[in-house]
Design a protein around this ligand. Structure first.
Ligand code: PTJ
Length: 258
């Protein structure tokens, strides 16, 4: 594809798509990942492609939960790796969370490619690629059930960007605190997670890193308060209403712009 002109009205969205397509060509992303991104784009459109106040609150609570955790883990799939590799590595550094490759459409080659890609972006350790440490979560009914004994299996808090509902519910049943990033506020993942950031991962991750950095300098109480102040159900309901407003505006005026 040619260079994307900044003058194009959808330049940013096209740049993000290009990152995914490049990730696909590099063997990081599966075809299904391109389709999943399209679904995310539709929801993002209804939010006028902006980070909402609800998402900012969720980001604050998520940063706090990662910082307060004893064994936090960031689960990485193909789309997340292609779109925000620097931020994933930086978040791991700031919060002490381990990075673990965990795929829905599992393949050893892709696992290794994603781990290599994260190392190229500064990760010192990437879990989920060494068969000696594999274990299985029986509750999960997809290839995601294969996890690292040192990572997701032992984690108390897991960040799951762009996730399928099955595993989120299973992780919850195992007593873990789950943080999701998902543009669909009605998905099973969004509803099952403790903290759902309804935002595009490309906008949410830099904000999450910045918030974690800020909170890491404050007291433990500030982090606890950020979690206590957050209510996932009301956050999802408010976001859903914003999307309904977006849809109504689009129908009435032909534009999402206010
Ligand atoms: O790399 P793999 O094999 O682990 O596969 C990754 C995908 C994304 C294909 C896999 O996890 C999958 O099939 O996911 P789903 O069930 O399609 O769910 C993806 C969710 O992420 C949907 O609710 C989308 O709306 C949402 N989503 C897609 N793109 C973004 C997003 N949320 C935030 N930011 C995005 N850029």
């Amino acid at each position: 594809m040619d260079e994307i002109s900044s003058l194009h009205p959808r330049a940013e969205s096209l740049r993000v798509r290009k990152k995914l397509v490049d990730g696909f060509k590099m063997g990081l992303v599966v075809e299904e990942g391109l389709a999943a991104h399209g679904r995310g784009e539709a929801f993002d459109y209804l939010l006028s492609e902006r980070t909402t106040r609800e998402a900012r609150r969720a980001i604050k609570a998520a940063a706090a939960a990662l910082l307060l955790a004893e064994r936090p883990v960031i689960s990485v799939n193909g789309n997340a790796a292609a779109l925000v590799p620097e931020e994933l590595v930086e978040l791991s550094r700031v919060t002490g969370a381990k990075l673990e490759v965990n795929l829905f459409h599992g393949s050893r080659g892709r696992e290794r490619a994603i781990a290599r890609w994260l190392r190229q972006h500064g990760a010192s350790e990437v879990l989920g690629v060494d068969p000696r440490f594999y274990t299985r979560i029986r509750e999960v009914h997809s290839q995601r059930r294969k996890v690292d004994r040192r990572g997701i299996a032992a984690a108390d808090v897991v960040l799951v960007p762009l996730e399928d509902g099955d595993r989120t519910e299973a992780l919850k049943r195992l007593g873990k605190r789950v943080i999701a990033i998902d543009l669909n506020p009605m998905s099973r993942t969004a509803r099952a997670a403790d903290i759902t950031i309804v935002d595009n991962i490309v906008r949410a991750m830099p904000l999450l890193v910045a918030e974690a950095r800020r909170l890491s300098k404050l007291s433990r109480r500030s982090a606890e308060k950020a979690i206590g102040d957050f209510d996932n159900d009301s956050s999802l309901r408010a976001t859903y209403r914003l999307m309904q407003d977006g849809l109504r505006r689009l129908a009435e005026t032909g534009t999402l712009r206010r």
